[in-house]
Design a protein around this ligand. Structure first.
Ligand code: DGY
Length: 320
């Protein structure tokens, strides 16, 4: 090819088989496990032409400046708030993501969290393990049926639509706000404005991208407008919610509960106030974490990277 073979840096522990689309390139894999530091990433990007890494790992403009050969950032994940897209574009770098393949897994988790909020399976299990099985008496406060309840979806894209279909199968009424033009919400789901979605929700579920517009979209005013019996579910991005305001709303019971797979700071500090509240469930950003979905994400991220490096069309570039 006349030039040195482009070097691609793979920051995640993917298999040879998953990386097959990149077999023409020189692959440099990260030896260590666990999250990569900005210093290590900078070092690895200095000589890289392509990079495949978690959508949760920040690739700052400073890192981009330190990577003169970089042409592609292939995110393992549907999110792309880890990169300044416009800055990358100006530097001639394509940024890609892995949409679609993880929508079902994130929707499953969303419904799982909603069921947990409604039925308290975790609390019930903890009670049994603690030896407190009280025969004949309701051992815990009674749960709630999902049937007949209203789910409001903020951000009706691929994941939001998958959540809506599942919620309707449980007999829920589905409202949504901010539908993407390329997604078709299921029949029976109703488009409403943001205020209506917030006011009517028994469950308010977030599925929008994190952008400057959606940063702290769910704030003290939104919590003030929600029903006191309502719960918030966030499987999208932590900073969409003003976490300090959420803490106040949960502490004062101005909303009933929250289930969060994402936080403003991940992992949270040990003294994160939300961790001390009984009416919040927190999981460690596991929306896409199934064997099948992670495999599909790996293959798509590798294919995106290979296509962009080879100058082939790639449908998953998010910054052109
Ligand atoms: C995504 O796909 O963006 C997930 O949040 C993992 O980063």
């Amino acid at each position: 090819m006349g030039q040195a073979t482009p070097r691609v840096f793979i920051a995640l522990p993917l298999t040879e088989d998953q990386l097959q689309p990149l077999s023409d390139w020189e692959i440099v894999r990260r030896a260590a496990a666990g999250p990569i530091s900005q210093e290590e990433l900078r070092e690895m990007l200095t000589r890289a032409t392509g990079y495949l890494g978690s959508a949760q790992t920040r690739v700052s403009n400073e890192l981009i400046d330190a990577a003169p050969n970089l042409r592609v950032i292939s995110n393992f994940g549907v999110g792309f708030d880890n990169v300044d897209l416009e800055y990358a574009r100006r530097r001639g770098i394509d940024v890609c993501n892995t949409p679609g393949v993880l929508s079902g897994a994130v929707a499953d988790l969303t419904i799982g969290l909603m069921l947990q909020l409604a039925r308290g399976v975790g609390d019930a299990q903890a009670m049994v393990r603690a030896g407190r099985w009280v025969k004949g008496a309701p051992p815990l406060p009674l749960g709630a049926d999902l049937k007949g309840k209203t789910l409001s979806i903020i951000g009706m894209g691929r994941i939001g639509c998958e959540v809506a279909v599942r919620a309707q199968a449980f007999g829920m009424r589905v409202l949504y706000q901010d539908a993407r033009p390329d997604c078709s919400p299921p029949d029976g789901a109703c488009a409403v404005d943001f205020g209506e979605a917030v006011r009517q929700a028994d469950y308010l579920s977030l599925h929008t991208n994190l952008t400057t517009e959606s940063h702290h979209l769910i704030d003290a005013a939104a919590f003030g407008a929600m029903k006191p019996t309502a719960a918030l579910i966030n499987t999208a991005r932590g900073p969409i919610v003003d976490q300090a305001a959420l803490y106040e709303a949960l502490k004062d019971n101005s909303i009933a509960a929250a289930a969060l797979d994402v936080l403003e700071t991940e992992p949270p500090a040990k003294d994160e106030p939300l961790l001390a509240l009984p009416n919040v469930i927190i999981t460690p950003h596991i929306g896409s974490a199934t064997v099948e979905t992670r495999d599909a994400m790996a293959r798509l991220a590798a294919q995106n990277l290979a296509d962009c490096l080879a100058g082939r069309p790639c449908a998953n570039i998010v910054n052109r």
